[in-house]
Design a binder for this molecule. Structure first.
Ligand code: DAH
Length: 339
């Protein structure tokens, strides 16, 4: 029996040393110390021993139980420590590693150029004003010397909401809104969205931006208009930029002109972008029509003014050599990420 007990001690020692997981250790605990375990089995047979042998064997059995229990505890702790060590190693955080920054968004090229234009005008003493995109017929047309039967209304395909409410086709209504609220001297720009029922192509979009400008004071002349607009274009495009003033007609200005920028795609040779013209129209302008001043309660005998409406997308396209207006609204990241 002693030999059997010593065999258990040796086997337990060896198997505990070799055990590699907590599960294995627990299995060994059951195998050696459990109710149906090997040690218990021997103790159950102690009844057959003599009175002298019993305490000796009993003592030995207890020693072995304690030693196996001790070893089991030590092995369990060692294994747990090793597992923890392993886990900590695997989870190591390298605080010196560079972080992965969230990809920042990009400002839209239209916003970039608009900010630049605002900055230039602010520097020239203009205020920036804002007005509604859903506009009344009065401000969009009527007050601008475009009565209901005026043929020029047909040139701007209008989205009507009701008979007298529409999506503004131009920012020019802001001239009227401003003159109703302010007395001369007036120097404002009014940037914003405008809407036209136009088919979408490389140079036309049903939604685009204009920057309206208005200057009203005593003694304002066409020379002021030309000087102002030339200065703006040179600031935006550099002193090499080539522009031309071309006589035109607008009902709310007299005289009127359009300003063309020499095509940035072909430098005047003619290409797809300028439809073979060599020039791209970027704005309309003129001296504020006396009737418009009158409509706003400003005496045209005392005051004069000039106005202009810049096509913002055209400016941006020239600025960054973009040849398709649709890129601005398609939200293609490959395009947007370049700015
Ligand atoms: N509103 C005109 C358009 O959309 C542009 C324009 C022309 C604005 C002459 C003006 C101006 O202020 O004086 O075509």
């Amino acid at each position: 029996m002693k030999a059997a007990l010593e065999a258990i001690r040796a086997a337990a020692h060896q198997q505990l040393t070799e055990a590699k997981s907590l599960k294995e250790l627990d299995d060994l605990r059951v195998k050696f110390l459990g109710k149906k375990g090997e040690l218990t089995a021997i103790l159950k047979r102690m009844g057959g021993l003599s009175a002298e042998e019993r305490p000796v064997v009993g003592q030995l059995a207890n020693q072995i139980r304690e030693s196996v229990e001790g070893e089991l505890t030590a092995r369990t702790q060692a294994l747990k420590a090793a597992l923890l060590e392993e886990k900590l190693r695997a989870e190591t955080i390298d605080v010196t590693m560079p972080g992965s920054a969230p990809a920042p968004g990009h400002r839209h090229p239209v916003s970039l150029v608009l900010d630049e234009v605002k900055e230039i005008f602010l520097g020239m003493g203009f205020d920036v004003v804002d007005g509604p995109e859903v506009e009344t017929d009065y401000y969009n047309f009527e007050a601008l010397n475009l009565p209901k039967d005026h043929p020029a209304r047909d040139t701007q395909d209008t989205f009507y909401i009701s008979e007298n409410i529409l999506l503004r086709t131009q920012t020019s209504g802001m001239q009227v809104r401003t003159m109703e609220q302010r007395k001369p001297p007036i120097r404002i720009i009014a940037p914003g969205r405008v809407y036209r029922s136009d088919a979408l192509d490389a140079t036309h979009s049903p939604v685009f931006h204009q920057i309206e400008g208005l200057v009203v004071d005593k003694g304002i002349t066409m020379a002021d208009l030309k000087g102002c607009l030339e200065a703006i274009v040179k600031r935006l495009y550099g002193s090499e930029a080539v522009v031309r003033f071309r006589p035109h007609h607008f009902p709310f200005t007299e005289p009127s002109a359009e300003v063309d920028l020499q095509c940035f795609g072909c430098h005047g040779q003619g290409c797809r972008l300028c439809k073979g013209e060599g020039w791209i129209e970027i704005l309309g302008c003129g001296m504020v029509h006396p009737k418009v001043l009158q409509n706003c309660g400003i005496d045209p005998e005392v005051y004069s003014g000039f106005a202009f409406g810049i096509g913002l997308e055209r400016l941006v396209m020239g600025r960054y050599t973009i040849d398709d207006i649709r890129l601005f609204t398609e939200n293609d990241l490959r395009f947007l990420e370049q700015f």
